[in-house]
Design a protein around this ligand. Structure first.
Ligand SMILES: [Fe+2]
Length: 147
């Protein structure tokens, strides 16, 4: 299995979480509830970004160079991470809402760019063997059994 297929599948699961959070964020009664939701999202989204950085982006660096699309993608990972950290630390409910809502907006736009631009580019520049090898590394890091 190619790593791109794994990452696309993860995006699909995140879209379900984002939709749930968009209902839950306005309904939250205090900052602690938002902080808990942010912590759950951070566990999955942070590891998703790390896997992309360490497996896919590292493999693309020699082909695309460190500037261009990879620089933008890495900057957006940092932006998402810092808003997620802020949402987990916010004392004020409005601040926590604003930060977690920002995470969802930036992540959706970021995923769309990956799906439309970066992943198709990766499928063009990386050979099938590399994409499969990265897929195996993804499975091992995630604890997923590939048959
Ligand atoms: Fe990403």
């Amino acid at each position: 299995m190619k790593i791109i297929e794994a990452l696309l599948g993860e995006h699909g699961a995140f879209y379900a979480q984002f939709a749930h959070l968009e209902q839950a964020i306005p309904a939250a009664e205090d900052a602690a509830q938002i902080r808990e939701q942010a912590a759950l999202l951070a566990a999955a989204l942070g590891s998703h970004a790390n896997l992309e950085n360490e497996l896919l982006f590292a493999a693309l660096d020699p082909h695309l160079g460190p500037m261009g699309p990879l620089a933008v993608m890495r900057m957006e990972h940092d932006e998402i991470e810092s808003a997620l950290t802020g949402a987990q630390e916010a004392e004020n409910v409005e601040e926590a809402r604003t930060l977690l809502t920002r995470v969802i907006r930036v992540a959706r736009e970021h995923f769309a760019k990956e799906e439309r631009v970066l992943f198709p580019m990766a499928l063009q520049v990386l050979d099938a063997e590399t994409l499969d090898r990265l897929g195996e590394q993804w499975a091992s890091r995630r604890g997923v059994t590939l048959s």
